[in-house]
Design a binder for this molecule. Structure first.
Ligand SMILES: Cc1cc2nc3c(=O)[nH]c(=O)nc-3n(C[C@H](O)[C@H](O)[C@H](O)COP(=O)(O)OP(=O)(O)OC[C@H]3O[C@@H](n4cnc5c(N)ncnc54)[C@H](O)[C@@H]3O)c2cc1C
Length: 553
């Protein structure tokens, strides 16, 4: 971290040089001394330092300057550094202004010019103020700061991306934090395009796409080669497992994800049924371990890169990325999983990120501490969500369409929910309306048995219903069922016949699609068991079929 700054401002060059000289002599060891001769330039410096999250310990400012008086400058600078100590350099005639400033802006001291000898008039005063500042100064955060509002959907997307990519960041809520608001105003001309990301090098990004953030923080977003033995699309548990097995067996492998690694599992607060983790494991931890393992074994991983199209030009398979790049390979695995279905209710889309979240949204739960949260859905993901949110919420209302949890949820979770006092379970229930304009306030809940409705207050609603595959990019290249899930192996052999246009003298392998050399694994497949272990099993198994296929091309 850079040393804290002492900033001096005086429009008289000779005075400015003299104060700089005296400050350096005594404080250069522990502080950076910056000087300015114009208030506007000094304010720009203040903003720049704040953007880099550098500390300013003390302002030493002349009162009489053309354009802006010292007190006015200090009250502007304080918006960014309210805790810095403030000293005014005054002539005898400015004494009254200085005394007034003590009341108005909390001026810490005023010094009469000239201050020589500094050992007597300058250093003792500043030593005292600086030791006071040091005793209370918060250690600066040397990482990315994300400034936004809790209700901005794009702020949520960025936070989620950073958290799931294991990138530490500090959240600045501009509705709660005046310093953060001033910082955002300074870079976005009060337009408030949120979020604004501040990087330790002083640069900023305003409402960026995650691909821009990924590139900025050094995540790989571009492939190093145009051609691979195997490309895997989707880095959830299925894709990661495939990458680990392929790379460990010497297959030149590229794994691509449009967000970050981990997939749906990466959003889970606690996976308790995955082999080898007796105390459960968070999805983020599992994703981190698997990513490190795949990378160590030699797989190349691109994140924040969406595959928008695939095509076949035998013997090669091609994937097109959102940035227009096309990459080719001999074999392709589709592991793009599924995502939770969305609620089809009026007004709900406007509240996404402003109280309505799809999935566990682990990063947001803490912000709803002590408030009423609701969870809709009756499968394991909803149960885990409810258990996780119950740590923060005053009450969690679980809305389940069926008559009990037994049908869709593991018994261990049902037992945990039954023992958790602040979870209220409402069966036979569905949401008929959401209430709130710029943030969620309440839900109108319908009892499906009686048809009666009740308004339930809710600051946050976490939705865990149904699943739909992520497959727009495959278009008609591979065969799918009516719901859009991919058919593989025996599913393609409906009446004992091989798929249309299948030209090989063998049946499709177990995890092979209707196109030879294109495989599908995990939740993206028809009638599959949607579990982490199942996805991992399929991802690893697919590699033995990839080997058999590669021998033929
Ligand atoms: C909140 C939650 C909790 C869960 N808890 C459990 C649990 O406790 N135990 C359990 O066994 N299972 C659990 N599940 C289910 C489990 O997570 C899934 O079955 C599993 O993640 C499926 O893995 P997958 O690799 O097939 O797909 P996904 O995990 O869905 O991963 C697919 C990946 O593909 C990427 N992708 C999609 N489209 C593209 C594209 N066009 N280009 C590039 N990348 C793309 C996505 O960004 C995603 O990262 C949970 C699911 C959720 C949502």
């Amino acid at each position: 971290m850079a040393k804290p700054v002492i900033l001096t401002l005086d429009d008289d060059i000779q005075v400015s040089n003299a104060i700089e000289r005296d400050l350096r002599r005594h404080y250069r060891q522990d502080y950076r001394i910056l000087k300015a001769t114009e208030p506007v330039v000094a304010l720009e410096t203040v903003q720049r330092l704040k953007q880099r999250n550098d500390q300013i310990a003390l302002f030493l400012v002349d009162q009489r300057m053309p354009g802006m008086e010292g007190v006015a400058f200090l009250s502007e600078a304080m918006k960014f550094y309210p805790d810095a100590r403030k000293v005014l350099l005054t002539a005898y005639a400015d004494t009254q202004a200085a005394i007034t400033a003590i009341n108005v802006i909390g001026l810490d001291h005023y010094l009469m010019k000239p201050w020589s000898p500094p050992e007597q008039h300058l250093y003792p005063v500043l030593d005292d103020l600086l030791s006071d500042w040091l005793a209370t100064a918060e250690a600066p955060f040397d990482g990315i700061r994300v400034a936004g509002t809790l209700w901005s959907a794009s702020s949520h997307t960025i936070k989620d991306f950073l958290a799931r990519s294991q990138i530490p960041y500090r959240w600045l809520d501009i509705e709660q934090d005046a310093e953060a608001r001033a910082l955002v105003d300074a870079v976005s001309n009060e337009q408030h395009h949120l979020p604004v990301l501040f990087f330790p090098d002083g640069s900023t990004l305003i409402n960026p796409h995650i691909t821009t953030v990924a590139a900025k923080i050094g995540l790989r977003t571009q492939a190093t080669h145009p051609f691979y033995d195997l490309i895997i699309v989707g880095a959830g548990p299925a894709g990661l497992a495939a990458a680990v097995y392929a790379a460990s067996e010497g297959v030149r492998t590229l794994l691509i994800d449009k967000e970050t690694t981990g997939g749906q599992a990466g959003t889970s607060s606690r996976i308790e049924n995955y082999l080898g983790f007796p105390n459960g494991v968070s999805g983020a931890d599992l994703a981190r371990r698997a990513t490190a393992q795949a990378t160590r074994l030699g797989a190349e991983i691109l994140t924040a890169q969406e595959v928008t199209q695939i095509r076949v030009d035998d013997p090669y398979r091609f994937v097109k990325l959102a940035d227009g790049t096309e990459l080719s390979c001999k074999a392709l695995i589709i592991a793009t999983g599924a995502s939770l279905s969305t609620l089809d209710l009026p007004g709900v889309d406007a509240l996404i990120g402003a109280g309505v979240y799809y999935g566990a949204a682990v990063t947001e739960a803490a912000y709803y501490k002590g408030r009423h949260m609701a969870v809709v859905g009756g499968a394991n993901s909803a149960g885990q969500g409810a258990m996780f949110f119950s740590r923060y919420a005053s009450k969690v209302t679980m809305l389940v369409r069926g008559s009990s949890l037994q049908k869709g949820m593991s018994q261990y979770l049902i037992d945990q929910i039954n023992c958790t006092e602040n979870i209220e379970l409402r069966t036979h229930s569905s949401i008929s309306r959401v209430i709130g304009t710029d943030r969620l306030e309440a839900l109108v809940v319908r009892d499906n048995d009686t048809g009666e409705t009740e308004t339930v207050p809710a600051a946050a609603l976490f939705v865990f219903i149904g699943a739909k595959p992520h497959l727009d990019f495959v278009a008609d290249v591979v065969e799918r069922n009516q719901a859009g899930f991919i058919l593989t192996g025996p599913d393609l052999m409906g009446d004992g016949r091989r798929p249309k246009n299948w030209r090989l003298n063998r049946d499709p392998f177990l995890l092979e699609t209707s196109v030879p050399g294109i495989f599908a694994v995990g939740d993206v497949r028809q009638d599959v068991i949607r579990r982490v272990a199942s996805a991992v099993g399929q991802g690893s198994t697919a590699i033995s079929f990839v080997h058999q296929y590669l021998k033929t091309v």
